[in-house]
Design a protein around this ligand. Sequence first.
Ligand SMILES: [Zn+2]
Length: 129
Amino acid sequence: MSEFICNHCSNYINTEEKICPYCQSKFIFSGENKNITDEFIPNCLVHRYDGSDLLEKGRILKEGKVNNKIALKLKDFNHPITVSKHKIYDLNPEILASIEALRQERKEVMEHYDFLIGEYWHQLDPFTH
Ligand SMILES: [Zn+2]
């Protein structure tokens, strides 16, 4: 165990300490009274880059009027990113899986075309006249 969130103060911890350096709570790592979160559980999809169709799983930490504070991994809990609300979607695992599969397919097709074009480029002779 080396990476988790203290449930009491919501800070990200990555030491072997038994006591929270932020709020001094004693960590309980398992069982009914477990008071840490060591699994990142997303609750939304985030579109961060204009012109890209990449969607990332995120967890909303704080809602604002225009922007939300979001973590994309446990480590972000102390330094969440700010994302406009209109770029945040409900977590829909089926649609995400379909988009990811198509993105992967597109990548493979593009790589294949790049390879084929490269083959022709290799056949070009330098200008000699
Ligand atoms: Zn704490």
